[in-house]
Write a protein that binds this ligand. Structure first.
Ligand code: G3I
Length: 322
């Protein structure tokens, strides 16, 4: 039988990161979101620079648009992201103040944002990408001014503002191997053991067709061993990781991508049901992917093509769900 949408098929939420201007202005994009997904993440709308462009100004309109849209379409909203080293407004990167002033800055941002969306956004990426690729703690402005334990305090501040919200630590590279993964898992296990309010772990999974299925499955199963909820939070599967000029989207590449999507969804399905927070792809169609701009190359990393037609990758997700 024909598939209505991924959200009807999956026993856990299926999500996409959404771009507000595409949601407003491109009807095929909006239709695909409405048909397929019941969990939405703002690709950029809830980042620090988007919500809090000057110290005394908050701009809620794009983020509120996503919330209202989600309410109208019976979708949840996952908040992304409160504390990150990127997408900071210049007033933060140039902020002059002692550690108490920085603490107040972080606390005020977290609590103002979480309070604004209380009862509307039920989960947050509280801290994003605190680690370098080699597993050492990133020397972000937060760490420089607040020390390594800014992470724990960020979770506490978010929890104070909305005790019902599910709080996530989100990062990439779990599937690369043990070095960065172990650093991340040690962090979240340490927070959990100290009684810090952390409820989930986000695996971004910006991956590619060369990554072995075993690495992907290990990333997912070891995240599950924390006992926390697991969110595959930013999934895309690049076909052109070597940035080959002139590459075209061949049936062979489509088939390899289909198999990779299927393997990831199968590994996720193997988690205990209570830990399956959901799977979110990072945007909707290939035309919308951040990867094309980032690599200045051709790529087709998503389950929908440039015209929002379902690709073999989509069928791979369906096969894993059925
Ligand atoms: O909106 C402005 C536009 O006004 C301006 O003219 C233009 C010039 O650079 O920039 C536009 O903003 C861009 C924004 O995307 C909206 O398109 C930013 O420069 C650009 O840096 C930003 O990139 C986003 C990136 O995060 C940085 O925030 C990507 O769209 C987004 O896909 C990407 O998402 C991240 C996740 O948040 C965290 N994990 C990795 C993932 C991929 O990098």
């Amino acid at each position: 039988p024909a598939v209505t949408g991924l959200k009807q098929l999956a026993p856990f939420p299926m999500g996409a990161a959404v771009n507000v201007s595409l949601l407003k202005n491109r009807s095929a994009y909006e239709q695909t979101v409405a048909t397929e997904y019941n969990s939405l993440t703002g690709e950029n709308a809830m980042k620090f620079a988007s919500l809090h462009p000057s110290q005394t100004t908050y701009t809620w309109s794009d983020a509120d648009y996503i919330v209202t849209y989600a309410q109208q379409h019976n979708a949840r909203v996952h908040g992304h992201t409160l504390i990150w080293y990127k997408s900071l407004p210049s007033w933060v990167t140039s902020f002059q103040g002692d550690s108490a002033a920085w603490e107040n800055l972080m606390k005020t941002h977290i609590q103002t944002v979480v309070a604004h969306f209380k009862g509307k956004v039920a989960s947050w990426d509280v801290v994003n990408e605190a680690f370098e690729d080699n597993g050492t703690l990133r020397n972000s402005v937060w760490r420089q001014h607040l020390g390594a334990d800014f992470i724990a305090r960020a979770f506490q501040y978010a929890h104070e503002a909305d005790p019902a919200a599910l709080l996530f630590y989100n990062d990439y590279g779990h599937e690369w191997g043990p070095t960065k993964r172990t650093a991340i898992l040690n962090l979240v296990n340490g927070l959990k053991n100290r009684g810090i309010p952390i409820h989930g772990i986000g695996l971004q999974m910006h991956t590619n067709i060369n990554r072995a299925d075993t690495n992907l499955a290990t990333a997912i199963s070891t995240a599950g061993q924390t006992g926390l909820k697991v969110h595959i939070a930013e999934l895309d599967i690049a076909l052109n990781p070597d940035k080959t000029a002139g590459l075209t989207f061949t049936p062979a590449l489509a088939a390899a991508q289909k198999a990779k999507y299927k393997a990831i969804v199968q590994a996720f399905k193997a988690l205990p049901a209570a830990q399956r927070f959901g799977i979110t792809t990072w945007n909707v169609g290939d035309a919308d992917t951040w990867i094309r701009g980032f690599c200045s190359c051709s790529d087709w990393p998503l389950p929908f093509d440039d015209n929002y037609q379902r690709k073999p990758a989509y069928d791979g997700i369906v096969e894993a769900l059925q």
